[in-house]
Design a protein around this ligand. Structure first.
Ligand code: GLA
Length: 409
């Protein structure tokens, strides 16, 4: 009898631990570094260790960038026991040793696979080996899986089934692994990704290193194209599940491979990069940088380490901003923050410097008394009828507005 009771208690504790481990990840949007755009197939043990060192040395780890994600091309193949193994030349120490190193730096390690037999890059994927691969990832100490959808059937039911199979397999490992669903928003993953066990889901095709890709660019996504596609998805974002508008091109300056398509897109201005970062924070997006953190310049570093922007992204309420104005070249996003505050982002989409003036109540929907601070200029403001200013082309201003008891502070 006592033994039976003990066994039941043990099982309940295990179950609780397992539920906790799955529900305790991605409570705020994941932050980190991903290898894809800059390095593509040149991922290696040496590179990942150097990136880990640089994330710590640059202060990025301290600012919250936690995950190092090795994207496509790390796989060597499947051994006689059907276990995945890494490319033996580029990862001579194996993945466990690499994960141990990354963990010793206070960081977490992510990896990539695909819901088909081959990944987008054409190396071995996980289809039909979901449990085996999830077990292998857990054994290595992997903390994040980006799961792609190249070479898999188009329909939503198959996508859900394949993603859930891996989601269940990850859950079964009892390791807290962030599950990143990457089917590029083609099958409305915001409707089913959580049920498949996902913690974030791509909403768009891959991000290109350009401000706006027009119709001649064959539907590639520049920063503005991607932002457009986030409208209406805000209701699906929240603790444990995030819309993912793809990687930050901030600081790539046209050096990425996939993001530049071999020189077709040659990068953005520093203003445009700051705008991408600020808007990703407004949208409660995962903040995954792609640049070479070993050689960042100080301007780019200042953008990526902007504590106030990061705090907007990581706010505990987990709200994704809503577009409240989109007219005459102006886009205004509003995000409710904890502590009776709002972040308002005003973006000048025009190709020239322009002045703005928004009525606080009718346009910005901020009523009564308020205090505000504009982040980049440090301008302090108090209740006024209109919010006015001037912005260079593609620049944005962010205002943090406090409402309750604002004027007593
Ligand atoms: C797809 C994904 C990218 C990247 C590549 C790797 O294009 O959308 O983010 O992972 O595959 O091949």
């Amino acid at each position: 009898m006592i033994l039976k009771k003990l066994a039941i208690t043990f099982c309940i504790s295990l179950l609780t631990l397992f539920v906790q481990s799955q529900s305790s990840v991605a409570l705020t949007p994941p932050m980190g570094w991903n290898s894809w755009n800059l390095f593509e197939e040149e991922v290696s043990d040496k590179l990942i260790r150097q990136i880990a060192d640089a994330l710590v040395a640059s202060g990025m780890t301290g600012a919250g960038y936690q995950y190092i994600v090795i994207d496509d091309f790390w796989v060597g193949g499947r051994n006689a026991n059907n276990e995945l193994f890494p490319d033996p030349v580029r990862f001579p120490n194996g993945m466990k040793a690499l994960a141990d190193y990354v963990h010793s730096k206070g960081l977490k390690l992510g990896i990539y696979s695909d819901a088909a037999s081959l990944t987008c890059g054409g190396v071995t994927g996980s289809y039909n080996f979901e449990e085996a691969d999830a077990t292998t990832f857990a054994k290595w100490g992997i903390d994040y899986l980006k799961y792609d959808y190249c070479n898999a059937p188009d329909d939503m039911v198959t996508a859900f089934t394949r993603y859930k199979k891996m989601g269940d397999a990850l859950r079964k490992t009892n390791r807290a692994i962030v599950y990143s669903i990457c089917e590029w928003g083609q099958r409305q993953p915001w409707l089913w990704a959580r049920a498949a066990g996902g913690h974030l889901w791509r909403t768009t095709w891959d991000m290109r290193d350009t401000w706006l890709s027009d119709k001649y660019d064959n539907g590639h996504n520049g920063i503005m194209n991607t932002i457009e596609k986030q409208k209406g998805l805000e209701k699906y974002a929240g603790a444990g599940g995030w819309n993912d508008p793809d990687l930050l091109v901030t600081g790539l300056f046209g050096k990425g491979k996939s993001s530049s398509l071999n020189g077709r897109f040659n990068g953005c201005t520093i203003t445009e990069y700051r705008t991408q970062f600020a808007i990703w924070c407004m949208l409660a997006s995962p903040l995954m940088v792609n640049l070479d953190v070993r050689t960042m310049d100080t301007t780019v570093k200042a953008i990526l380490l902007n504590k106030e922007l990061i705090a907007i992204d990581q706010d505990v309420l987990g709200n994704q901003a809503t577009a409240i104005v989109d007219a005459n070249g102006w886009l205004v996003l509003k995000k409710e923050l904890s502590g009776d505050r709002y972040a308002i982002c005003i973006l000048n989409r025009n190709n020239a410097t322009a002045a703005f003036s928004f009525n606080c109540e009718t346009a910005l929907k901020v009523y009564g008394q308020w205090n505000a601070r504009e982040l980049f200029s440090n301008r302090q403001l108090r209740t006024a009828k209109t919010l006015t200013g001037e912005l260079a082309a593609h620049d944005c201003a962010i205002f943090i507005m406090s409402t309750a008891n604002a004027l007593k502070k």
